[in-house]
Structure formats: structure tokens, C-alpha cells
Design a protein around this ligand. Structure first.
Ligand code: 13P
Ligand code: SF4
Length: 297
């Protein structure tokens, strides 16, 4: 199956991009694995005709926003993101207006329609840079309230929150972390900024998914507790074969990220089904927000 997929990708000039939470067998055949920022940058610069996005819908949509002339495939069109569904454009615009038209910073975990009514996008890897670079004292951040609170601790600006969250990161508790620390004394605890503030308060470091992989590489520590979706255990262990990684909680499993399978990738590539497109009037406006973020890298 893996060989069949690689052959099809070669024949059709397709690139396979996989998020760090994807099942191991998918990460192992992808052309590039990474966090949301790295995958967006790669999508923007690829010369392939087809982008097979092994991730969730908003990621494939971001690729379609950046590359309107390419075919973007999401091997399971049902792979969504519950947090992205927690904000929609009409309510967001109403809130922005009620706050005096202040800039809206939107996490890439959002629909194209939401990006289209936003001023700039961010990911977990660049949120602080993006907010600090804005020429405004107040910003509205959507949809992740935890990411917004994290950013608020690293800026002088006033951050207005939207009440969205990732159900899996938001469920991680201080007790889970304390239990993991008890089992692995001496291990460093890394947390994703989608975790709640009381969990971030006890983290040794707060990183995006690829940030965690780099941090482990550069750290003299040998054991780490991972406060993000359990899929990260694969790439972080692969990149650091001499170190040990333990999940902060086995409850942190994103069902949508696991909807992509090798069989679905093969089918999608063979039949070109699962195309993700964005209506042009939305795409043009969403591109402004995404491109502003990418231009800052
Ligand atoms: P990053 O890989 O950008 O840190 O994002 C985490 C995430 O939840 C993606 O859905
Ligand atoms: Fe969305 Fe959370 Fe899954 Fe990431 S891990 S795709 S934020 S539900």
C-alpha cells in the first residue's frame, strides 16, 4: 500500500503533507511532516500539481487559499476540527464591530470564511510575534481562548478572548501532569499553548508541536512528558532516538486527525476525490490574512 501511494504520487506529481498528529504509517510516507506553520509554508511554495493534505479540513483549506491553481485533496472530507467550528464569520464580525473595529488575530484552526473577516492569522508557533507586531493596543483573538490567554502573558496589548478551545488540549488537568511527573520524576514537562492556563503555569516549556521536537533535540534532558495530542510521540521519538517521551494523558487523542488512513490516501489519489476548494470571493479575503502571517516568517 505504501509503495502504491508513493508510485501514484510520483506519477501524478503530488506532494504528501502530514501534520505531526497523523498516524505513524502516514508520517513515514509523507514528503513533509510538520506543525501548522511549516505545512502552510510548504504548501505555499510547492511546485507539485496536487497537494494531499494528511491532516484536518482547515489545513487543507489553508493550502487551497494559498494555491488556487493546485488540486488540494483531503483523503477523508469528514476530518474536521471541533475548535474551528466554534467560531463563524457573522458573530465574529459583530464582536469586532462592538469592540470598535479592533484587529482580529485568527488562529489557523478556523474556516476560510472566518479567515476572510480577520486581519491576520497566526499559529501556535508565531502567535506572540504576530500580536506584538500589530499597530494596535487592543486585539480580538479567535477561536482559542487558551492560546489567547497564553499570548496575553507575553504582550502589553489588551487581548479580547473568543470562547473556543480544543476539547483534547483543554481537558488536560494539573492532576494529570502531577500524576505523570510522579511516574517519571526528573522528566521535563512540555505543553502546547492550547492547554488551559493552570496547566501552562506548571509547564517547563510551552511550544508548538514542531517546537517540542526541536526543544527536545537541543535539551540536555533525556525524559520528557508531552502535553499535546499523542500523535506527536511518533515524530518526537523518531527525531530523538536516544531520549524517552511519555504522554501527559492518554485522553489527548484527536479522533479527526486519525480519520486519515493509507487506504483513504490511495483512493483519494487514484480517483482525485476529496477535493477541497474555497469560493473565490472568500479565498481572496482569506488570502490577505494568511499571506500577512507567512510574509512575517
Ligand atoms: P501545531 O502543530 O501548529 O502546534 O498545532 C496543533 C494543533 O492542534 C493542530 O490542530
Ligand atoms: Fe482541532 Fe484539537 Fe484536533 Fe488540533 S487536536 S485538530 S485543535 S481538535
Amino acid at each position: 500500500m505504501k509503495q502504491r501511494i508513493r508510485d501514484l504520487a510520483g506519477k501524478k506529481n503530488a506532494i504528501l503533507l502530514a501534520h505531526n498528529y497523523q498516524p505513524p504509517e502516514i508520517q513515514d510516507i509523507a514528503d513533509l511532516c510538520g506543525d501548522s506553520l511549516e505545512l502552510s509554508i510548504q504548501a505555499a511554495k510547492t511546485t507539485a500539481d496536487i497537494i494531499v493534505f494528511c491532516g484536518v479540513h482547515f489545513m487543507a483549506e489553508t493550502a487551497a487559499i494559498l494555491c488556487p491553481d493546485k488540486t488540494v485533496l483531503l483523503p477523508d472530507p469528514e476530518a474536521g476540527c471541533p475548535m474551528a467550528d466554534m467560531v463563524e464569520p457573522v458573530a465574529l464580525t459583530a464582536r469586532k464591530n462592538a469592540l470598535g473595529n479592533i484587529p482580529v488575530v485568527t488562529y489557523v484552526n478556523s474556516s476560510a470564511a472566518v479567515k476572510a473577516v480577520s486581519d491576520i492569522c497566526c499559529t501556535s508557533a508565531n502567535v506572540i510575534d504576530v500580536i506584538n507586531a500589530l499597530d494596535a493596543d487592543q486585539v480580538l483573538m479567535t477561536p482559542d481562548r487558551n492560546l489567547a490567554r497564553y499570548a496575553a502573558g507575553h504582550t502589553d496589548k489588551t487581548i479580547h478572548l473568543w470562547d473556543g478551545y480544543c476539547p483534547f488540549h483543554n481537558n488536560l488537568t494539573r492532576e494529570d501532569v502531577a500524576d505523570a511527573r510522579q511516574k517519571h520524576p526528573g522528566a521535563l514537562f512540555m505543553a502546547h499553548p492550547e492547554c488551559p492556563p493552570d496547566v501552562l503555569a506548571v509547564a517547563d516549556t510551552i511550544q508548538s508541536t514542531s517546537g517540542m521536537i526541536r526543544y527536545a533535540k537541543n535539551s540536555p534532558h533525556r525524559e520528557f512528558i508531552i502535553g499535546t495530542e499523542v500523535g506527536l510521540l511518533h515524530p518526537i521519538s523518531k527525531a530523538n532516538p536516544d531520549k524517552q517521551f511519555f504522554p501527559a494523558s492518554s485522553k489527548m487523542l484527536c479522533n479527526d486527525m486519525k480519520k486519515i488512513t493509507l487506504e483513504k490516501i490511495r483512493h483519494s489519489l487514484e480517483t482525485l476525490t476529496g477535493k477541497v476548494t474555497v469560493p473565490e470571493h472568500i479565498r481572496k479575503n482569506a488570502l490577505g490574512s494568511v499571506q500577512k502571517m507567512i510574509d512575517r516568517v
